[in-house]
Design a protein around this ligand. Structure first.
Ligand code: G3P
Length: 218
């Protein structure tokens, strides 16, 4: 499973990319707003920091606007993936970009029917939002299971399932068990994946026992 980080915070991206555990980055208009940066500048900086795919989202709602914005974003760097909303115009724009060989991430997916349309439009990635479905009392991971099952039925569909709106390590582990290709993870959630109280307790015991030997490896 690939791990993308879901942030436009360049310091967080630099820090987490240095671990070698990050395969890409996803952003959205809310994350750009939170960063307080200019979208074109910060996207360029992110694309220079990680070699993997960097999703940059259009903000136009109509096909022509999405095409114009998407082309501009795609020109920023070779690793830019144009992120488009799952609307009729978004899917039309997805088909156009896909025919031109521009990579796309179709976002705000909340149903298997929507995911199927994104795949038929040639999306490189489709982003189902698990956390936001959980928030309204639905099972976000059940949607991931449905989409993975559907995509596995058709070898010709090359669209990758990118699990978005992840809120905790459980989402990531369950999505991995279901065979989702990618999870985009907020920095805080990625860091929480390191932690286990038995790791801390075990290390503490090892260090105390080691100190009692008076030895040094170096
Ligand atoms: O990038 C889209 C998605 O991951 C947003 O997550 O937590 O705002 O639902 P969230």
């Amino acid at each position: 499973m690939e791990f993308f980080i879901d942030t436009a915070d360049i310091d967080e991206i630099r820090d987490l990319a240095s671990t070698g555990l990050v395969d890409g980055v996803t952003t959205n208009p809310s994350l750009i707003a939170k960063s307080g940066r200019d979208i074109l500048e910060v996207t360029k900086e992110i694309a220079e920091t990680v070699s993997g795919p960097v999703s940059a989202e259009v903000t136009a709602l109509d096909y022509d606007g999405m095409i114009a914005e998407g082309r501009k974003l795609a020109k920023i760097a070779d690793n830019i993936v144009v992120k488009l909303p799952l609307t009729e115009d978004g899917l039309k724009a997805c088909k156009t970009f896909s025919d031109e060989g521009i990579k796309t991430n179709v976002t705000l997916c909340f149903s298997a029917a929507q995911a199927l349309l994104a795949a038929k439009a040639g999306a490189t990635y489709v982003s189902p939002f698990v956390g936001r479905l959980d928030d309204i009392g639905q099972d976000g991971l059940e949607l991931i299971a449905d989409i993975v099952e559907i995509f596995e039925n058709f070898e010709a569909l090359e669209t990758k399932v990118l699990v978005a709106s992840t809120r905790n390590p459980y989402h990531i582990v369950e999505a991995a068990k279901l065979g989702a290709h990618v999870a985009t993870i907020p920095p805080k959630v990625l860091r929480s994946m390191y932690s286990h109280h038995l790791t801390d307790k075990g290390l503490d015991t090892f260090m105390k026992d080691w100190a009692s030997t008076g030895q040094s490896i170096l």
